[in-house]
Design a protein around this ligand. Structure first.
Ligand code: C2O
Ligand code: CU
Ligand code: CU
Length: 474
């Protein structure tokens, strides 16, 4: 027997669900895609490089997170979060393999936050996850050696329950690691000239020009209708003719981009964790939240454009007419020692799914049936082990991201990955039609009581509990 109140509850739920669905469809798609045929008007903002002070061979960087204001749309002034007083986003940190760095992060917001180095191979206490809270008015110091190869990483807040909002309001920045890899010295590498940071984020604005933020507990997370690149809407960047490197970061809350290049070729040279073995020419690049990719575009005498399948033009690459770039694309970029079956000592499975109680619209996303609990350790890994993790999903689309490690993809639906997904990764798309097997060597740092996170990088899902903790122990 079903009680009348339950029936009313169900009917109300259905009506609410339909209304929510209608509103979402309207809100999440851009009015119309931007055509690449007319020139873009706004110059791309390039986040400045943060200069360190060097004391006794240690590079000291200072970041301060606070509120700011940014002009996204002409005339309107939008309240934002940022680092170091920028109107939005934060400066780019450029580090070198072998560097010893100290980064102090001061919180001038009136709420607690953290700052996490996404993709970085650092000790747990320096990782900036939800345990490393920075109370308002205080400073947290991360202190580590750069022990990983050249890569494009990023930093962003990671306080549990407010990660999506803090990132959405504008707190995020790039980290570029360089190294002595002689194979890549002919690639374009002049920051802001032929080596361009491209932080892609979608946003919605209220009538009075303020950022419109919401968490969506649905399968896709919250999608917004205006695209921004480094905080600029529909930008162009002037570049020399010849090879141009774009360091792409999907810093969005939930949106997955399908990117291509019009009027030039697109060659992927690096994934999340660094250079691929060799360049891979691509028609389309899928960039999920948290993902990075470095691509080379060979710009000719006419503008080329980075284009998304939904938004149209993302960025116009406009030849400046200045002397052509000096870059040359080598055949071989890096050596990656494949993780072999015989190295693997432990197997684990991570199933991403929905544990929602549908009658009450309860929260929702979980890994292996459990939601995030800061006091529970989900996995303990022995330092020195190589593990194989099988990632699967029922509902929705997810981006599995473990902290600390860069992994290799062994299989996607039982098949070896394509060349563009055969490098080092720290974030990977998983859904009901895409089961992914990854492997990683856990050989950097152990800590008895400070865990690293693994979670979905669709930030709505993460904040709603799709996160767990692993320890690396002696
Ligand atoms: Cu991009 Cu747990 O982080
Ligand atoms: Cu991370
Ligand atoms: Cu998810």
């Amino acid at each position: 027997m079903i009680r009348a109140s339950v029936v009313v509850g169900i009917l109300t739920s259905v009506v609410v669900a339909i209304l929510v669905a209608v509103v979402l469809v309207d809100a999440s798609d851009p009015a119309e895609p931007i055509s690449a045929d007319t020139p873009a008007v706004e110059p791309l903002a390039i986040p400045p490089l943060l200069e360190p002070t060097i004391e006794n061979g240690v590079s000291h960087y200072g970041l301060t997170i606070g509120t700011s204001q940014h002009v996204y749309k002409q005339i309107r002034i939008t309240d934002t979060y940022s680092y170091n007083g920028m109107s939005v986003l934060g400066p780019t940190l450029r580090l070198r393999t072998g560097d010893s760095v100290v980064i102090s992060v001061t919180n001038e917001l009136d709420e607690t936050t953290t700052t996490h180095w996404h993709g970085a191979d650092v000790p747990a206490e320096d990782d900036g996850g939800p345990h490393s809270t920075i109370a308002p008015g205080t400073t947290w110091v991360a202190d580590f050696d750069v022990i990983q190869p050249a890569a494009t990483l990023w930093y962003h807040p990671h306080a549990h329950g407010s990660t999506a909002e803090h990132v959405y309001r504008g707190a995020a920045g790039l980290i570029i690691i360089e190294d002595d890899n002689a194979a890549v010295t002919t690639l374009p590498a002049t920051y802001g000239v032929d080596d361009i940071p491209v932080i892609i984020q979608d946003r919605d604005f209220t009538q009075d020009g303020q950022l419109d933020f919401a968490i969506d507990d649905g399968e896709e997370g919250n999608l917004y209708s205006t695209l921004t690149v480094n905080g600029t809407i529909d930008p162009y960047v002037e570049v020399p003719e010849g090879l141009v490197r774009l360091r792409l970061l999907n810093g969005s809350q939930a949106r997955i981009y399908r990117l291509s290049v019009e009027d030039a070729s697109m060659t992927k040279i690096a994934s999340d964790g660094g250079y691929l073995v060799g360049p891979v020419v691509l028609e389309q690049l899928v960039l999920a939240p948290g993902d990075r990719a470095e691509i080379i575009v060979d710009v000719g005498m006419e503008s080329a454009a980075l284009v998304d399948s939904v938004f149209g033009r993302v960025l116009e690459l406009r030849p400046s007419g200045s002397a052509s770039g000096t870059g040359i694309l080598p055949d071989k970029l890096a050596t990656i020692e494949p993780i072999s079956e015989s190295e693997i000592t432990v197997d684990r499975s991570f199933h991403m799914g929905d544990v929602r109680n549908f009658w009450e619209f309860d929260a929702s996303w979980a890994i292996n049936g459990v939601q995030f609990d800061m006091s529970r350790i989900d996995v303990s890994v022995q330092i020195g082990d190589t593990e194989r993790w099988t990632l699967s999903s029922d509902d929705g689309q997810h981006v599995f991201h473990p902290h600390q490690i860069q992994f290799q993809i062994l299989a996607i639906n039982g098949e070896p990955p394509p060349p563009e997904e055969s490098g080092w990764e720290d974030s990977v798309l998983v859904n009901a039609d895409r089961e992914v097997v990854i492997a990683a060597r856990f050989n950097s740092y152990a800590a008895e009581d400070i865990p690293y996170m693994f979670h979905c990088h669709i930030l709505d899902h993460e904040d709603l509990g799709m996160m767990g903790q692993f320890l690396i122990v002696e």
